[in-house]
Design a binder for this molecule. Structure first.
Ligand code: GLA
Length: 381
């Protein structure tokens, strides 16, 4: 596969690449819509990744080609890059060149060949994977010496300021920093991270990922509106961020908030608690105890934060009814994917139950696969 990327690079760009890099998509176990509230998240990297084969150019051109694209090379001048200039998929890699240059790093142009098996629009962070793989490639090609969290921050800046999506830092940190066999416990305020071992197989469990095929799009304004709502609530409560509201003060705080903001705050505060609870279970080896925490997280996303949709709700319901220990929507919402914690013997039955519930409801067939905690951004060759 690595050789394939190098060969394909050569076919498109006319020479061998200097190297091949990869960065994964992610699912978040718990801690949704907490990252832009300075809270906690707990993602794992997926085995699915975006590969970038790359070579420096000395003429300041940025030439990017995607195996999933329209068969043409997007050819840009590095010094002509600015927010709003690139509107296709190429905005993600171009944004990384821009963010690095804008931060004062001495980079030049490059040829890129991109190939990804991270489903797009599925809430699995295909954009973070593309950004982080590009940043990892440029980091090595130009000897920038960036650490994995620094790569994540550059990638996030590309997405916020160049692509124009006001996302938090979770997806990029997951893609850049995750390790095989562990979930990443991240405090998004301090950026302190801990790799929490997660051996599902040893616990007799599997994590089933169900892509509902309802395309989610964080760029359409709903995500920005939720983020703004959370920030306004923190403001009204006199807090730097919702992270600073202790659970013991939640009820009193809710009384002081306008009706439309109170449920957002309740979600964020209880969701941070659910992350802490999950970590306690994992540290104590109680992997199966995660199930009810996941399901409670979904109820909160559905009823308080209101980012679920009929398809994600049905996937959760059908999975739990078929014996999943717990299930929830993962990622930004408005579609995307659901994760379910399932006993190994029940994986097929749960997946089948979801497929059949979707068929009955007249929804498009979902795509289900199991995932193990995989490695973050890395050089492959
Ligand atoms: C998207 C964003 C993340 C995070 C999640 C919700 O994936 O990119 O920063 O806010 O939504 O938890």
């Amino acid at each position: 596969m690595i050789d394939q990327a190098a060969t394909d690079f050569e076919a498109v760009h006319g020479a061998r690449p200097t190297g091949v890099w990869a960065a994964p998509g992610r699912v978040n176990l718990i801690g949704e819509h907490t990252d832009y509230n300075d809270g906690f998240v707990l993602p794992i990297a997926l085995p699915h990744a975006t590969k970038v084969a790359a070579r420096r150019r000395e003429d300041g051109r940025v030439r990017v080609y995607s195996a999933q694209g329209d068969g043409t090379i997007t050819d840009l001048a590095l010094d002509g890059l600015a927010p709003g200039v690139v509107t296709s998929w190429a905005a993600y890699p171009a944004g990384v060149f821009w963010a690095l240059a804008d931060a004062g790093h001495a980079i030049g142009g490059a040829d890129l060949y991109v190939d990804s098996d991270v489903p797009t629009g599925a809430g699995l962070s295909s954009s973070a994977a593309l950004e982080c793989a590009t940043a990892a490639a440029l980091n090595d090609l130009y000897g920038l010496g960036l650490t994995a969290p620094e790569i994540a921050l550059v990638a996030q800046r590309a997405e916020n300021a160049f692509v124009g999506v006001p996302c938090g830092v979770m997806d990029q940190m997951a893609s850049a920093c995750c390790t095989e066999g562990a979930a990443l416990f991240l405090d998004t305020r301090t950026m302190e991270q801990r790799h929490v071992p997660l051996d599902l197989e040893a616990a007799g469990l599997r994590l089933l990922v169900i892509d509902t095929r309802v395309k989610h799009d964080l760029g359409d304004g709903a995500y920005a509106a939720l983020r703004a709502g959370c920030e306004r609530a923190a403001d009204l409560l006199g807090l730097e961020a919702l992270r600073d509201l202790p659970a013991a003060d939640l009820d009193a705080a809710l009384e002081r908030l306008p009706e439309e903001l109170a449920p957002l705050v309740r979600h964020v505060v209880t969701e941070n608690q659910r992350v802490v609870e999950t970590i306690e279970h994992l540290d104590a080896g109680r992997t199966a105890a995660l199930g009810p925490v996941l399901t409670a997280g979904h109820a909160s996303l559905r009823d308080d934060f209101r980012v679920s949709c009929p398809e994600t709700d049905l996937a959760v319901e059908a999975a739990v009814a078929a014996g999943a220990l717990g299930a929830r929507m993962t990622g930004g919402g408005f579609g995307g994917s659901v994760i379910a914690l399932v006993e190994t013997a029940d994986v097929e039955a749960v997946a089948e139950a979801v497929r059949s519930a979707f068929a009955t409801a007249g929804f498009a067939a979902p795509v289900a696969f199991t995932a193990v905690p995989s490695a973050g951004a890395r050089r492959l060759a």
